[in-house]
Design a binder for this molecule. Structure first.
Ligand SMILES: *Cc1c(COP(=O)(O)O)cnc(C)c1O
Length: 345
């Protein structure tokens, strides 16, 4: 397949820049398992500081961060409360059940966001016959909610409610930096209250791979055991950690441009397609093709024939994700193409 000219399927399609490659080539390295890789250690300290946590550990993927957090927080039979459309519920192969023996209580919320009252209703009373409610998950930003930002006050209220009932607050921060940039707040505004939180480097930050899980020193020491058990302990990971440090230096502020691109795409495609989310806050845009009388797959096929790739999320729902490897001009072209496909029909 020839790659699409304008790929809006995911911000994971971003590739290392020449400057990132140079930083990787110059990395000082050692054996990470022995905690002797200086670049990885530097990244972990930096991430812990940014997220307002004591310590952090470098891991290959965000999925492994989620699963290790659940393994540390939960005993078999414990319950994890998360939005029903969260990544941890639908996109990780039921890992919490398969690995930690925990199960998911999904809260129905189209935005992927719920408030402290809804959490309070979902927490089980402490009875011998009830599952133990153990973890609540905040997905920042909400992926299936169209990249919406959990407001800081909501995160704080959920943190208060969680701690009152003995639940751990776990923040899936795959796009936490997007939230921070969109809200004009430092990243720790969304993570300092968490018992565990991670950020992904392989999304809009443009690294080939890598994620870092943060928490208390004690939590991170417990996470290290699972890192070994799951095969996530690494060797000269500094080559990758150098890319992540480079992204923290050079790619975080630029996320604002991705958000501007998503707003522009909404403006153009929204002329004939319905914007299927309350607000365009970050880099994810859902479009509904129903009012144009077309399926999402039909629109996506016609767009691909013109070099624009978008995701099919449902029968009439398209998902577009902007990122640093599509230009504003590319986004304008994609928006015009999508609008014309719907108008012609
Ligand atoms: C991508 C993503 C993950 C998983 O991260 P990987 O690095 O791909 O394993 C988890 N949660 C959300 C919200 C994501 O978007």
């Amino acid at each position: 397949m020839t790659p699409p000219r304008i790929d809006l399927v995911s911000d994971t399609s971003t590739r290392p820049t020449a400057a990132m490659h140079a930083a990787m080539a110059a990395a000082e390295i050692g054996d990470e398992q022995m905690r002797e890789d200086p670049t990885t250690t530097r990244l972990e300290e930096r991430v812990a500081g940014l997220l307002g946590q004591q310590a952090a550990v470098f891991l290959p993927t965000g999925t492994m961060c989620n699963q290790i957090a659940f393994l540390v927080h939960c005993r078999a039979g414990d319950e994890i409360i998360a939005a029903a459309n969260a990544h941890v519920v639908g996109s990780e192969g039921a890992g919490a059940a398969a690995l930690a023996g925990a199960f998911m209580r999904g809260i129905e919320t189209p935005t992927g966001i719920f408030d402290a009252d809804v959490l309070a209703d979902a927490i089980r009373p402490a009875r011998a016959k009830s599952p133990r409610s153990r973890v609540v998950v905040v997905e920042q930003t909400s992926n299936r909610g169209g990249g919406l930002v959990w407001p800081r006050e909501t995160v704080d209220a959920v943190a208060d409610m969680a701690s009152r009932h003995g639940l751990a607050l776990h923040v899936d921060g795959a796009r936490l930096f997007n939230a921070a940039i969109a809200a004009g707040l430092p990243p720790d505004a969304f993570s300092a209250r968490a018992d565990s939180v991670w950020v992904d480097f392989s999304k809009g930050l443009g690294c080939p791979m890598g994620a870092a899980l943060a928490g208390s020193r004690r939590f991170i020491e417990a996470a290290w055991l699972w890192k070994f058990r799951l095969g996530g302990a690494l060797r000269q990971s500094g080559v990758i950690a150098a890319a992540c440090l480079h992204a923290l230096d050079h790619h975080v502020q630029a996320l604002a441009e991705d958000h501007a691109k998503a707003r522009r795409l909404a403006e153009l495609a929204g002329r004939t397609l319905t914007i299927a989310q309350p607000r365009v806050e970050t880099n994810i845009l859902f479009l509904d093709t129903g009012n144009a009388g077309m399926t999402a797959a039909a629109v996506a096929d016609l767009a691909l024939a013109q070099g624009v790739r978008v995701g099919v999320e449902g029968e009439t729902r398209l998902r577009c994700v902007t990122h640093r490897d599509v230009t504003m001009a590319g986004v304008e072209e994609a928006g015009t193409i999508l609008a014309e496909i719907a108008a012609r029909h």
